[in-house]
Design a protein around this ligand. Structure first.
Ligand code: CO8
Length: 263
């Protein structure tokens, strides 16, 4: 376990079943350079494999979730560097390979790649004064880690186009009102606590049911309604082959607390 050797993140277990990852590169407002992204991927994968963990929270500091990809690291990159070395491919590990739910608790700046990282998480919570934005246009580029796709799905084409083409920022309160954030909080501390509490609640359910729930909701982003509902039904039917389904329904009938298998 590489926990002790992380330099740019902090990893902890604030309550049973919950893995907390805090981005910690305070001098650069958590700008997402390659060494930090490698540590983040390592920590996410370690929690994803750990049978004692049921859900994760990803946060930054009160000042910055992340102020974007590292502009200094990118400034001299050429097309050959970017294309030849698959620049930012490793960013896709969070949405593509992590099976347990990840909640982002966004306080302070969440700009560019920071906003995109927050949107890669399964549930987004934020402080009402969080500062979101896709300012890439001001740097002569566009979002490169899914921002144009995820923001548009979340808040609609017209608003997303307005934000991405102007580079204007938006607040945590707006993120909540537009449906990008599931919950909004009055203080940064309450935001992290709220995310940890929700992660704890999720971690208390059947791991298998939670995994299936995340899988089918994500499918809704790729499939039409008919195929999506068929996909859901196959997975739903499959859960009748799990022990947790028997455990959960028997516990209900006996008015007891379900003791899940947790595997
Ligand atoms: N990259 C590198 N360093 C940064 C970044 C960044 N994105 N953001 C802040 N820093 C550094 C500053 O350079 C400064 O360092 P130093 O003290 O050595 O000068 C330190 O962090 C503190 O920053 P400020 O002094 O600027 O702090 P302020 O409180 O005055 O301002 C802001 C805070 C408004 C957040 C300001 O720092 C800012 O505008 N930052 C840049 C925001 C931005 O444009 N982000 C988008 C980056 S582009 C991007 O993310 C593309 C994503 C593409 C896909 C992913 C590819 C990897």
């Amino acid at each position: 376990e590489a926990t002790a050797s992380y330099e740019h993140i902090k990893v902890s277990t604030p309550k049973p079943g919950v893995g907390l990852i805090e981005l910690h590169r305070p001098k650069a407002l958590n700008a997402l350079f390659t060494p930090l992204m490698h540590e983040l991927n390592t920590a996410l994968k370690a929690f994803d494999k750990d049978p004692s963990i049921g859900a994760m929270v990803l946060t930054g500091s009160a000042k910055a979730f992340a102020a974007g990809a590292d502009i200094k690291e990118m400034s001299t990159k050429t097309f050959a560097d970017a294309y030849g070395n698959d620049f930012i491919e490793s960013w896709s590990e969070l949405p593509n390979t992590i099976k347990k739910p990840v909640i982002s608790a966004v306080n302070g700046h969440a700009l560019g790649g920071g906003c995109e990282l927050a949107m890669m998480c399964d549930i987004l919570y934020c402080h009402e004064k969080a500062n979101f934005g896709q300012p890439e246009i001001k740097l002569g580029i566009i979002p490169g880690a899914g921002g144009s796709q995820r923001l548009t799905r979340a808040i609609g084409k017209s608003k997303a186009m307005d934000l991405i083409l102007t580079g204007r920022n938006f607040s945590g309160r707006e993120a909540f009102e537009w449906g990008l954030a599931a919950k909004v909080f009055e203080t940064p501390e309450a935001c992290v606590e709220g995310a940890v509490e929700t992660a704890g609640m999720i971690a208390g359910y059947s791991r298998m049911a939670v995994k299936a729930g995340k899988e089918v909701v994500n499918k809704s982003q790729d499939l039409g309604i008919r195929e999506g509902v068929e996909y859901e039904r196959r997975v739903f039917h499959g859960l009748f082959g799990s022990e947790d389904q028997k455990i959960g329904m028997q516990a209900f009938a006996e008015k007891k607390k379900a003791e899940w298998q947790h595997r």
